[in-house]
Design a protein around this ligand. Structure first.
Ligand SMILES: Nc1ncnc2c1ncn2[C@@H]1O[C@H](COP(=O)(O)OP(=O)(O)OP(=O)(O)O)[C@@H](O)[C@H]1O
Length: 568
């Protein structure tokens, strides 16, 4: 049952009867509109592709659940006993459908006896207990062509969220293995298409060699982040392996950086091996609910680089298996360390919810909303992989479509390639002019076209690259790029000096632009709020003057139940 185990146990026969009646009355489920075979054979369906898909999945009851909490009376028989299964009453009903409905049956008590309220939740897909892992994978990953999307430079994220023992790890591990199985075949198919489109430009290239794959597998346990791909022999007092902590921090322009090192893979076999290696390291400890509970959040990221089009965006597949949220009875038998971890897990999940809510609000309102992602390492990690961007539209008004930000000469984030090249040329030219003025044989400015900039700008900013891309680099990385693109007679030290100053100037422009945008949004919001308040006050005063009484209170639906606080 969804809540109150005691109530359920005591009144199970009555509740079961109510549930049966409800079940008979409900309309027959429609099922999935597209047959599985059509997805497997990649036959075109009329499914419009969506940015975000929310899917429910329920697992079948485990034997101990049927025998434990949900028996009809205290001495009810065990599910495994010969006399037959224990009297079982489902707390939720999920029929395999698209769009999907999840119905929670919440028990209650009225003077007339026990009641059940059937609370409906809707999502894009619902998988009932009879649906196996392969079908879940086909209807989510394959039906939405996620692998091709990532191979074309897109970012796909799958995030499993639910109570401890609800089946997240069972689902995510199966998705990870199936992705490992299919990714390289798909890469060959996409590679072939790309080579054909290039019309023989790289006739010698094999479609399988076009993409480079690198993998990271992070674990966040309590407040500690570690690399699940790192081998270690060392164990601590709790018999947990001790690994180097992965450092996560925010750089000076607000990007999240980590000290995590990725491992490259070249085949399904290698990817599968890495996944198995990481999963075997994921620490588990018994909770009452789930004997092999994951105590940590796990984040697998597969990054895909296109070597044929080196300036194409990198694709990413991000798979997040969150630690389960635990209720009091799930953690009754935890030791102190385990309690602290459960607390940290619950805190990080709460913060994730806050961030998703704020992000969704921002998407719907198109204004500035503070997103508290710094409050927790989990949300910082999500910021790093841009995961929050994909979780934003859950259960809110659809976000307003946003095109690329309009060009703004003062905001490098909006500059196209040509403008970026022009700006870099001006910057390096200014440095060259300064060097010249300080040199012993100054060149007349009329001959400035002969200036040695010391660097080939087209190499630091190749076609397709923009100021926004350069702004993502560390100072050291930009300097290294410049040294690799060194031309003319300028000594490396002088070039390094110029590079540090140029990237510093770019960071400064980006931060100034970010601050300006933030302030403008805040100012416009404050104005709207003040104008609203002013209008309301004016209307109330007018009413009081005319009627000598306060206007009737109209409570918005969202405020129902708390009218007293409304005027205040
Ligand atoms: N669809 C399913 N069919 C059969 N068994 C399942 C299914 N889903 C989960 N299980 C079983 O239920 C148990 C709990 O599943 P799992 O470990 O995936 O839960 P979880 O949500 O990841 O829990 P935690 O948050 O504690 O890690 C496991 O024994 C798993 O094998």
């Amino acid at each position: 049952m969804a809540s109150s185990a005691t109530l359920t146990t005591t009144h199970l026969p009555t509740l079961r009867k109510i549930l049966d009646e409800w079940d008979q009355k409900r309309p027959a489920p429609t099922g999935f509109p597209v047959p599985l075979v059509k997805i497997q054979q990649a036959l075109p369906s009329n499914n419009a592709s969506k940015d975000v898909i929310v899917a429910f999945r329920t697992r079948p009851p485990l034997p101990n659940e049927a025998a434990d909490k949900f028996r009809a009376h205290a001495d009810a028989i065990d599910a495994s006993a010969d006399d037959g299964p224990a009297d079982f009453c489902a707390g939720i009903t999920v029929t395999s459908t698209e769009p999907g409905v999840f119905v929670a049956h919440v028990p209650g008590m009225k003077w007339s006896g026990p009641t059940l309220t059937h609370k409906k939740y809707e999502a894009d897909l619902a998988f009932g207990p009879s649906i196996d892992n392969e079908e879940v994978y086909q209807r989510t990953v394959v039906a939405n062509d996620m692998l091709s999307l990532a191979l074309s430079g897109g970012v796909c994220c799958i995030l499993a969220y639910g109570q401890t023992g609800s089946g997240k790890t069972y689902t995510m591990e199966s998705v990870e293995h199936r992705m490992a199985r299919d990714l390289f075949d798909q890469a060959r198919t996409v590679g072939k298409r790309l080579l054909l489109a290039q019309e023989g430009a790289a006739a010698s290239a094999s479609p399988g060699d076009i993409f480079e794959f690198s993998v990271t597998f992070l674990e966040l346990l309590g407040r500690r982040t570690s690399n699940l791909l790192e081998s270690t022999e060392e164990v601590n007092a709790q018999n947990n392996p001790v690994r180097t902590e992965v450092l996560i921090h925010e750089d000076k322009i607000g990007n999240i950086q980590s000290s995590l090192i990725s491992s490259s893979v070249r085949s399904s076999g290698e990817l599968e091996e890495l996944i198995n290696f990481a999963l075997s390291h994921r620490r588990t400890s018994a909770t009452l609910r789930n004997a092999a509970s994951s105590r940590s959040h796990a984040l697998l990221t597969i990054t895909i680089r296109n070597t044929l089009l080196p300036y194409a965006d990198e694709g990413q597949l991000i798979l997040v298996d969150l630690a389960g949220s635990e209720r009091y009875e799930d953690s009754k038998e935890h030791d102190k360390q385990r309690m602290e971890e459960a607390l940290d897990n619950n805190k990080s999940l709460m913060n994730l919810k806050e961030c998703v809510r704020a992000k969704a609000k921002m998407a719907a309102e198109d204004g500035f909303v503070h997103i508290p992602w710094r409050a927790n390492k989990l949300t910082m990690l999500f910021k790093m992989t841009n995961t929050l961007a994909y979780t934003a539209p859950f259960k809110t008004a659809p976000p307003k479509p946003r095109g690329p930000a309009p060009y703004d000469a003062n905001d490098p984030r909006t500059w196209y390639h040509d403008k970026t090249v022009e700006w870099l040329t001006v910057q390096f030219t200014e440095h060259a002019v300064k060097r010249l003025q300080l040199s012993e044989e100054p060149l007349p400015l009329s001959e400035a076209h002969q200036l040695d900039l010391g660097v080939d700008i087209s190499k630091i900013c190749p076609p397709g690259s923009t100021a926004k891309n350069l702004g993502m680099l560390y100072t050291m990385q930009f300097t290294q790029h410049c040294l690799e693109a060194r031309s003319g007679a300028l000594p490396p030290d002088a070039l390094k000096h110029a590079a540090v100053s140029v990237i510093g100037a770019l960071f400064y422009l980006i931060i100034t632009a970010k601050t300006r945008t933030h302030n403008e949004i805040m100012k416009s919001r404050r104005k709207v709020v003040l104008e609203d308040a002013y209008e309301n006050t004016r209307a109330t005063c007018k009413y009081v003057l005319e009627h000598r009484s306060l206007p009737e209170l109209v409570v918005p639906e969202s405020m129902e139940g708390s009218p007293k606080s409304y005027y205040s």
